[in-house]
Design a protein around this ligand. Structure first.
Ligand code: HEC
Length: 174
């Protein structure tokens, strides 16, 4: 007989329904949670709804980035057509720094930051966007670290808005 949702798990006695979370992504978890009327308290902001900035303002501010960056989905949908001097920023939330697979010109420092565990989130992104080189020097504790991105965004608020815009157009991070 297949196990039913209200049966208890033979291994641990917990209702089978609460095991459904295993092995599936956040999206499914939310659907499952909604279906069972459970409120999931997420420790991490979801990509779209919970970024602190304004995605529409971010769309406009992204003009400053698109000289060097595009936003093109994995399916090839062009959200922002931009330059190729910098990596594609689609899917940035939750991506390990320095790992966009089609970009071959990363400098050493950002790859090293990724190796040491830098995964893009709003807080780090907002600081990075205002001064990438300083961010990397602080992150790596190395005053000689060099960033390949020379551009600096002047306003913190704009950085948060751009994060919201990128997030709204990217899948939710795991
Ligand atoms: C003059 C070109 C240029 C501009 C303008 C520019 N960037 Fe970049 N950006 C780069 C380059 C080149 C890199 C790769 C950095 C490295 O190798 O250290 C990069 C890297 C990044 C990364 C790290 C991505 C990764 O895969 O780890 C982020 C995030 C980023 N840029 C955001 C922005 C945002 C947001 C803007 C606009 C506010 C912007 N950039 C404007 C050239 C640019």
């Amino acid at each position: 007989m297949p196990a039913r949702l209200h049966d208890s798990c033979p291994n641990c006695g917990v209702p089978i329904a609460s095991h459904i979370n295993f092995g599936i992504g956040n999206q499914m978890k939310r659907i499952v949670a909604a279906a069972f009327g459970i409120v999931l308290v997420a420790g991490q902001a979801y990509a779209d709804g919970h970024a602190s900035g304004d995605p529409e303002a971010g769309d406009k501010a992204f003009r400053k980035c698109k000289t060097c960056h595009s936003i093109v989905s994995a399916d090839g949908d062009t959200i922002v057509k931009g330059g190729k001097t910098g990596p594609n920023l689609w899917g940035l939330p939750g991506r390990v720094a320095g790992t966009e697979e089609n970009f071959t010109k990363y400098k050493k420092a950002i790859v090293e930051a990724g190796d040491r565990g830098l995964v893009w989130n709003e807080d780090d992104f907002v600081i990075y966007a205002q001064d990438p080189q300083k961010f990397l020097r602080d992150y790596l504790d190395d005053n000689k670290a060099r960033s390949g991105m020379v551009f600096k965004l002047k306003k913190e608020e704009e950085a948060a808005d751009i994060w919201a815009f990128i997030s709204a157009n990217s899948p939710a991070p795991e």
